[in-house]
Design a protein around this ligand. Sequence first.
Ligand code: SAM
Length: 290
Amino acid sequence: MRFLHSIRWFIALGIAGLMPPALVQAADVPYVPTPQVVVDAMLKIANVGPNDYLIDLGSGDGRIVITAAKKIGTRGFGVDLDDNLVRIAQRNAEKEGVADRAAFFTRNLFDTDLGKASVISMYLFNSVNLRLRPSLFKLKPGTRLVSHDFDMAKWAPDDKLSVDVPGKSYGPPSSEIFMWVVPADASGQWRWQLPSGDAKMEYDASFEQTFQMVSGTIRSGGRAAPVRDARMRGEIIVFYVATERDGRATRQEFSGRLSGDVIEGHTVIDGVKAPWRATRVSRGRMIIDN
Ligand SMILES: C[S@@+](CC[C@H](N)C(=O)[O-])C[C@H]1O[C@@H](n2cnc3c(N)ncnc32)[C@H](O)[C@@H]1O
């Protein structure tokens, strides 16, 4: 009886918004708004366009999603644990005439389905970014992630930018912006053929991948050479191989789009471009947890 009474008491307090603080989900990061000049730079570095779907994790007063909706026509939503901020964001979206494209929900960012996003923005702590990192890696390759001031440790950004923010409310008068593109997994054994005179040369490659960085070896005609400057940017792979042609050193460049177990693109040597199609014969395991 006493137990039932306690439950009713908790429900009543919850409804009245008076739940004891220990039972309310604590914010992982306090509310600090991103200065408008930084919002604009975040949207620019992530190349946000009208066909993108933007999710802001911990959306505060909604300024990132609202700016994208207003200036670019982007659709999206923000989530925040703070119900009051969510209401402010909804009112701001209405005021700016973008409530049809910019929605806000009271929700824990860790319980948010990110599957619809083509861009995710964050102004969280490193520790929170790192907790999110495994889920971010499962997003569709090519999804862009843009973070204000906090990076993702060993997952180096694909792009970064420093923006002057005179009068910033804390720290130095500037902001760092980091941008990552979720990479496709190119790890494993690959094979392709390229014409060589009237014949065809067989190539075997083994690629390892840590985050977006690729390393590996290509074997052909009894020779082996390391791949150089190899990396993924979303589904796009680029690398080159130092090689020899007519007794002189040159480089052969490769670039292509990876889809499933196929890469299609082209290779260039001495300015001559040829189609390149590689198929994966066995999969590896991309390292994303160091
Ligand atoms: C630094 S503010 C950033 C606000 C906004 N994104 C911006 O850049 O102006 C971080 C926000 O994350 C919210 N937050 C913290 N932990 C959260 C969580 N676990 N789930 C959802 N929101 C959270 C806070 O309430 C706060 O509004």
